[in-house]
Design a protein around this ligand. Structure first.
Ligand code: ZN
Length: 301
């Protein structure tokens, strides 16, 4: 599932491509019946909060998109491509799709570190986007959007202060590894950042929220802002510090980009102990039992 960095990046790209213009929207396979409510209207802005996108078409009409586990955008320049696959929605700029394609640079963006960030179209050259497989794609009223915002915790990419998160965690007996995945605690933090932020803080993921130092939470928050912002720019999530990498110079190797995420059974870069994994909140959690010493749960390498 894309994390907050990815969602904020889409918001920036789609705003650069479409905001301030009358935008065409359809659901060519009948999978987006609300299209008529916004088709041809001027897109005022694109908002991102946590893992939610909101395309504000004014007049109480906000297109809400949550990609969920499967959802993905494709984009391109030039004419609209043929309708293929289970296509939920298309959004395009009527003038831009009449222009010729920018040569050789229309491609799907990969997720996480699968994408090196190269070879993409400049955002203002994007003529159309397609959306497939989202968890939600529907038109919200302003009130519905605001209700959603109330449910979400602070978002490190929106410059929010961490105090609501700090208060919520301090009151909870739940494990910090579970709390960080709760979107009402921290909006936009997903599975990669959960694992990596906890490692960088040398915090055991099973520590109850109420036992985590408030200053530790504040520094985790600060790091989340910096690392997620970096992940917006180059589309890679790199959480290792150069001093902890075997290859300290040049492009960070894929296998050295994370401390613990998907590194189960491999030696920790800091202490050499094998990284462990266990399912927590429905997703695989990864941690080093030495660097993140504390309450240990049954786990496998
Ligand atoms: Zn370690």
């Amino acid at each position: 599932m894309p994390e907050g960095n990815e969602i904020h990046r889409w918001a920036e790209r789609h705003a650069a491509a479409f905001a301030g213009k009358a935008v065409r929207v359809d659901g060519p396979q009948g999978r987006f019946i609300d299209a008529a409510l916004i088709d041809g209207r001027k897109l005022q802005r694109v908002m991102a909060v946590g893992k939610h996108l909101g395309y504000d078409f004014g007049k109480d009409r906000i297109l809400h998109v949550h990609l969920g586990l499967q959802g993905d955008f494709t984009e391109g320049s030039g004419p609209l491509p043929e309708v293929r696959g289970a296509l939920r929605l298309r959004m395009w700029n009527a003038a831009a799709v009449k222009r010729p394609e920018v040569p050789g640079v229309s491609k799907r963006h990969g997720w996480y570190s699968n994408d090196d960030g190269t070879g993409h179209i400049a955002a203002d050259k994007v003529a159309w986007v397609e959306l497939r497989g989202p968890m939600d794609c529907s038109v919200f009223s302003q009130e519905m959007w605001e209700r959603l915002l109330k449910r979400l915790g602070p978002d490190p990419l929106n410059g929010d202060r961490p105090e609501r998160l700090v208060a919520k965690v301090a009151k909870s007996k739940k494990a910090i590894g579970a709390l960080l995945m709760d979107q009402s605690v921290a909006a936009g933090v997903g599975n990669i950042f959960r694992a990596e932020l906890l490692f960088r803080a040398r915090l055991n993921p099973f520590t109850p929220g109420s036992e985590v130092e408030k200053n530790t939470l504040r520094s985790i928050w600060k790091e989340a802002g910096v690392l997620m912002k970096a992940g917006m720019v180059d589309r890679r999530i790199v959480t290792t510090k150069p001093k902890d990498r075997l290859h300290k110079k040049g492009t960070v190797l894929k296998e050295e980009a994370h401390y613990v995420y998907r590194r189960q059974g491999r030696p920790c870069f800091v202490c050499g102990t094998k990284v462990l994994t266990k399912v927590m909140e429905g997703r695989n959690l990864f941690w080093c039992p030495v660097c993140q010493a504390g309450k240990q749960e049954e786990a496998h390498e």
